[in-house]
Design a protein around this ligand. Structure first.
Ligand SMILES: [Zn+2]
Length: 112
């Protein structure tokens, strides 16, 4: 049982809450940043140690099985323009273009 505080009804109380939750200002708790259907951040208190509230995946531990991981990877895949493969290919073509420009520059110089 918490200790009896001052007689004033709104006196500052100290110590643990009756439900054994830690004391503190709950209004300063980190807020959920998930986008709602209105486009604004959710704003509900985030699950402790997480960035999302209980309704937006804060309790989720993420995919665990190989099949689940593959499914999530596939669901997040948009077009592959920034995949390692696509970046490598783009770098290859840039290098080819650089070589072509160099050859062109040498040929133009030779013809003059
Ligand atoms: Zn939320």
């Amino acid at each position: 049982m918490p200790e009896k505080t001052a007689d004033e009804p709104h006196a500052k109380r100290r110590g643990w809450l009756r439900n054994l939750n830690p004391p503190g200002d709950f209004s300063t708790a980190p807020r959920c940043g998930a986008r709602t259907r209105r486009g604004a951040p959710c704003g509900s208190p985030a699950v402790r140690g997480k960035k999302r509230c209980r309704m937006h995946g804060g309790r989720s531990t993420g995919p665990r099985t190989a099949a689940g991981l593959a499914r999530i990877k596939q669901a997040h895949w948009k077009h592959g323009r920034f995949s390692a493969e696509a970046r490598e290919e783009a770098a290859h073509f840039r290098e080819l273009l650089r070589e072509c420009k160099e050859i062109e520059r040498l040929l133009v110089r030779e013809l003059r």
